[in-house]
Design a protein. Structure first.
Length: 48
């Protein structure tokens, strides 16, 4: 399996948990912001 395929496969449970969070009443923006903070991806608006 290529690393790209493995990476895509690992996103499936992530997506499912996001759907659960959104359907649980959290806004998509809150969910996305939390996920970005959790995985610590570099963002354009990083606070120093």
């Amino acid at each position: 399996m290529t690393s790209a395929a493995a990476g895509a496969q690992s996103l499936v449970p992530e997506a499912q948990s996001l759907v659960r969070d959104i359907s649980g009443g959290r806004s998509a923006g809150d969910v996305i912001r939390d996920e970005l903070a959790r995985v610590d991806l570099p963002t354009r608006h990083r606070d120093s």
